[in-house]
Design a protein around this ligand. Structure first.
Ligand code: BG6
Length: 279
């Protein structure tokens, strides 16, 4: 199969965003260097797997709303393990609004791949230099892998926004029966072993499976996960999304986030992977 890799300025309405486009036969993926964020994955010319908010921004330090944001080195608000000086720190870590560097690229009959790197010297909880890398490989699947070899406390998530066309049609399975409900702030036991979404959903499923299926009106997607200890399912629903400047009215019906996460913040090296393919 033919593969290709080209720089591209702009994607969708983000017309000045520095990007890279990977191609493998009919499949393509677009990655923003800002945030090392995959913005588009099309396994075929007709099907877009990822959702990008029509109101997403990238200037003024904004995190791009959509695609696959990289959350690191903490997930959600920074807890005291990360926020040692008790400063105001951004949600979901420090790398969604940074320009990453392209350090490796490869195309062959087996696929197209890139490695992006970010070096950080100003972590609030660690004085040394830390390097994190994101590799993206496109072939019959799209594989995104985040790694950091430094033995520092670190959480991470590949915070994927999936284009589902219609929230009523979504089914994610298998999911563990028990989850932490961040909306109700309690642990819930749900024996249906699946997740239909008809209200604000912000759930942490610990010890989730290595393979999930996301079924929806646009087709079924396999989501492979590795190096994770949880899957987070999120949809802000109508009221909460109304308060978000980068979300249009009605957008909440068009996406669901299924996030491959490592939430345990012990000092083990990080290798977190999400692999997507239509089935
Ligand atoms: C999810 C969290 O992962 O991300 C939610 O579980 C959060 O609590 C959501 O609201 C969006 O976060 P942000 O920082 O991109 O607005």
């Amino acid at each position: 199969m033919n593969s290709a890799l080209n720089p591209q300025t702009g994607f969708a309405h983000l017309t000045d965003l520095p990007c890279l486009k990977l191609q493998y036969g009919e499949a393509s993926a677009v990655i923003s260097l800002y945030g090392a964020q995959v913005l588009s994955y099309k396994p075929t010319a007709e099907r877009e797997v990822l959702w990008l908010s029509p109101k997403a921004r990238w200037h003024n330090d904004a995190a791009i709303r959509g695609g696959i944001p990289v959350c690191w080195p903490w997930f959600g608000p920074a807890t005291t393990a990360f926020n040692t000086a008790q400063k105001e720190l951004p949600n979901h870590g420090l790398v969604r609004n940074r320009l990453w560097q392209l350090v490796h690229q490869h195309t062959s009959a087996n696929g197209a791949s890139v490695v992006l790197k970010l070096e950080l010297t100003e972590l609030p909880h660690y004085a040394g230099t830390v390097v994190i890398q994101l590799s993206v490989t496109l072939n019959e699947t799209l594989t995104v892998q985040l790694s950091c070899n430094s033995p520092i406390p670190q959480q991470a998530a590949l915070h994927s926004y999936f284009n589902i066309a219609d929230i009523d049609s979504v089914l994610i399975r298998p999911l563990p029966a028990e989850y932490q409900d961040k909306v109700a702030a309690k642990t819930v036991l749900d024996n249906q072993l699946s997740s239909r979404i008809n209200c604000e959903v912000d759930r942490i499923y610990a010890h989730s499976a290595a393979q999930l299926r996301l079924e929806c009106a646009t087709g079924t997607l396999a989501i492979g996960q590795a190096g994770h200890d949880a899957t987070v399912v999120w949809n802000p629903w109508q009221e909460k999304s109304r308060a978000m400047a980068d979300m249009a009215a009605g957008s909440y019906q068009q996406f669901v986030c299924v996030e491959t996460a490592r939430l345990n913040c012990d000092r083990a090296a990080l290798s977190l992977q999400q692999q997507l393919y239509p089935i």
